[in-house]
Design a binder for this molecule. Structure first.
Ligand code: HEC
Length: 176
């Protein structure tokens, strides 16, 4: 019985021990390999990040210009759902400037839009054209105030006369 046991030990336990030892040794080795692997992955990620596309300040402004325009026609047509959508697109673009253009000194001034945006939002909620028009004018003044403060005064924002695109209907379904 005892002999049989030591035979078992020899046959199974020794290979198992060797296997376990190999595992432990390879685990000890891993940190070195992993660090090199991680470093090379980090390097390639950094290279990808440096090459990745990030919209510029002017591109965000181009989008702001379109939503500022559409917002006006939505309000004039008392299409409050569309007006709400447009003002939120405008606010999203402003948030994106804060996030993606944080290093530009002009971005520090973006908060000056908040009071007039709050007012436009309140006008949309109350579905009141007179209140909307007043708020929209103060929003437009805030655009120009920042353009002057950032020496971009030659770009003058106005109350639009025509919608930006001919393929969009600003009326609500009932008014078409
Ligand atoms: C935080 C300051 C700031 C505010 C607020 C601001 N702008 Fe600008 N805007 C700028 C700066 C700076 C530029 C120049 C961007 C560049 O370097 O390309 C610019 C550029 C523009 C351009 C030119 C982009 C082009 O492609 O021709 C338009 C149009 C524009 N803004 C519209 C607006 C409108 C509409 C508003 C308000 C709803 C507004 N801006 C609010 C700072 C501001």
């Amino acid at each position: 019985m005892l002999e049989f046991h030591s035979l078992l030990n020899l046959l199974f336990m020794k290979p198992f021990f060797l296997f376990a030892l190999t595992l432990v040794l390879s685990a000890c080795h891993q940190p070195v390999d992993n660090t090199q692997l991680l470093q090379s992955r980090l390097d390639s990620l950094e290279a990808k990040l440096a090459d990745s596309y990030k919209p510029g300040f002017g591109e965000f402004m181009g989008s702001i210009q379109v939503h500022h325009n559409k917002l006006w026609f939505a309000g004039q047509n008392e299409n409050w759902k569309l007006a709400d959508f447009e003002v939120h697109e405008l606010m999203e673009a402003i948030e994106n400037i804060r996030k993606y253009q944080a290093e530009r000194k002009e971005s520090r001034m973006i908060g000056m839009m908040t009071p007039s945006l709050d007012s436009v939002n309140a006008a949309i909620r109350s579905e009141n054209v007179t209140f909307f028009n007043r708020s929209y004018k103060s929003l437009t003044s805030a655009c120009n105030e920042c353009h002057r403060a950032t020496e971009f005064e030659f770009n003058v924002v106005t109350i639009p006369e025509d919608p930006p695109f001919s393929n969009q209907d600003f009326k609500t379904r009932g008014n078409r």
